[in-house]
Design a protein around this ligand. Structure first.
Ligand code: GLN
Length: 242
């Protein structure tokens, strides 16, 4: 990182921002403030160039058609892929997760090319996954992730990881990637099916991303309201068997 301000780039929130995923950017700025850090957020619209020198890029979920448009624009722009190969970090949710892979189905089910940042391929689940998703960080996930990951999923895609991507978590309840794994991680890139918004519900993940930018681990700061929300969701999912 070149200076003391963490440069967050929110990519195409007008196309990709279902289920409050824009809240991930707010959660990052909020957690950064708690740690005494300053953030600067650039919101990029389709047609605008994606900055090459951001520190942390965020992609949300979206409908199939918006997802194809976002993938096409990002492939043509090349800025995101360039920033990631220069060491920037990336959080990608649901449609955003699928589209940073090699391919994903469009609205008709036909494979559509992704941006090729993550070694994953997405096709269709037998049945759309809708509901709470609870998953335990995988043994290969960064050691800083110790708490269950909680969120909401709504997707028709099944995601298959290639050898260069490792599962982020193992599903305890819900569907995730469709094979009992959930999400993927590779270098400083995290993809997940967790809406919520994900980082408001999983502050360890927000701190992991911020720590990557700073090249150091952040103190584990606990917020009572967030812990209460997490406890309520975990309890609901475990009791209802969802
Ligand atoms: N369109 C994708 C799917 O249904 C992603 C949906 C989403 O982002 N919520 O699989």
């Amino acid at each position: 990182m070149s200076d003391s301000v963490i440069r967050i780039v929110s990519i195409y929130p007008s196309l990709l921002g279902t289920y409050g995923d824009g809240g991930n950017v707010l959660a990052l700025s909020h957690r950064a403030r708690m740690h005494g850090l300053t953030t600067e957020v650039a919101e990029i619209s389709p047609g605008q160039a994606v900055p090459r020198h951001g520190d942390l890029y965020v992609l949300g979920g979206g409908e199939d058609t918006a997802q194809v448009a976002a993938a096409d624009a990002l492939r043509a722009d090349r800025g995101l892929a360039q920033a990631i190969s220069n060491g920037a970090s990336l959080l990608a949710i649901c449609a955003g997760y699928q589209l940073i892979g090699e391919e994903f189905p469009d609205a008709t089910g036909t494979p559509s090319p992704g941006v090729g940042i993550l070694d994953i391929r997405t096709d269709r689940l037998p049945k759309r996954a809708v509901g709470e998703l609870l998953a335990t960080p995988s043994p290969n996930a960064p050691a800083k992730l110790t708490e269950p990951l909680t969120g909401y999923e709504n997707h028709a895609g099944a995601t298959h990881l290639g050898p260069d991507a490792l599962p982020l978590a193992q599903v305890e309840s819900g569907v995730g990637n469709g094979d009992v794994s959930e999400g993927a991680i590779s270098g400083r890139v995290v993809g997940t099916y967790l809406h919520g918004p994900c980082l408001a519900r999983n502050p360890q993940l927000a701190d992991l991303l911020l720590g990557w930018v700073l090249d150091r681990d952040l103190e584990p700061l606990v917020e009572r309201e967030v812990e209460e929300l997490r406890a309520e969701r975990l309890d609901y999912v475990r009791r209802s068997g969802r």
